[in-house]
Design a protein around this ligand. Structure first.
Ligand code: ZN
Length: 244
């Protein structure tokens, strides 16, 4: 099975379309949440993912708030402003779809499980080794894929915890050894925060046990213009150009 792995689209239609155009040869798509929030195309993004022929979806924190399942208490000013705008823009049909999204973690197959934040809590950010160890202990499959931080990361536990450095460049290949456990973030489609503005995604082949972390350029200017035109905070447009 070959999976396309995408997360944190954040209503960025230009970035999503670039990823869908660049990715090829996959059988099934895994979307790890945060379909909406920050960007200017929440409805169009949901329509686009619903058109993916074979896909599994879990929710993110912005999806919960956008759908009205949670309030904005945990959000900073920018996120709060954007999700209030989003909630107002969403069609009733899309709001219902977001509200009914499955909660992670979700086991996908004998090798893979997915979550938005962490396998022990969908809203927790995995940044450091302590978070990673806790997540690896909680995960029920050798490869746990996560999102939420918008930063590509790969933790490997065999006899000890290691991180894969230099997750930069247009493509980084990780081979998934069957003696170890893996915790991997393939990065964000719609709002990367690792200093690389290109949209991020992953391709996993479970037969060859190879995972490729990929980047693709997209029309940042078009996404920025829509954010400005929508009256969303300028900084949400500016950050897309620098990947922060
Ligand atoms: Zn996010």
């Amino acid at each position: 099975m070959r999976y396309l792995i995408i997360s944190d689209i954040h209503a960025n239609l230009e970035a999503l379309d670039a990823v869908l155009a660049a990715a090829s040869g996959y059988d099934h798509t895994l979307v790890l949440g945060d379909f909406v929030g920050y960007g200017a195309d929440p409805n169009a993004v949901i329509d686009r993912v619903l058109a993916i022929p074979s896909a599994t979806f879990i929710r993110g924190n912005h999806d919960k708030v956008g759908a009205g399942l949670e309030d904005t208490d945990g959000f900073n000013y920018l996120a709060r402003h954007a999700i209030s705008w989003t909630a107002h823009e969403l069609t009733q049909e899309h709001r219902t779809w977001l509200a009914e999204l499955a909660q992670g973690p979700m086991i996908v197959d004998p090798m893979v499980e997915i979550c938005h934040g962490a396998p022990f809590d969908e809203d927790v950010y995995i940044f450091d080794d302590l978070d990673a160890m806790r997540a690896l202990r909680a995960s029920e499959r050798p490869l746990c894929l996560f999102g939420h931080t918008h930063v590509p990361a790969a933790f490997i536990f065999d006899s000890q915890l290691r991180t894969v450095d230099a997750l930069r460049g247009a493509r980084v290949d990780i081979s998934v050894n069957d003696q170890a456990r893996y915790l991997v973030n393939c990065g964000a489609v719609g709002q990367p925060r690792d200093g690389d503005p290109r949209a991020a995604f992953g391709i996993l082949d479970t037969e060859t046990r190879s995972l490729a972390l990929m980047r693709v350029e997209y029309d940042v200017a078009a996404a920025q213009a829509k954010i400005i035109a929508a009256g969303l905070p300028d900084v949400l447009a500016q950050r897309l150009a620098v990947g922060r």
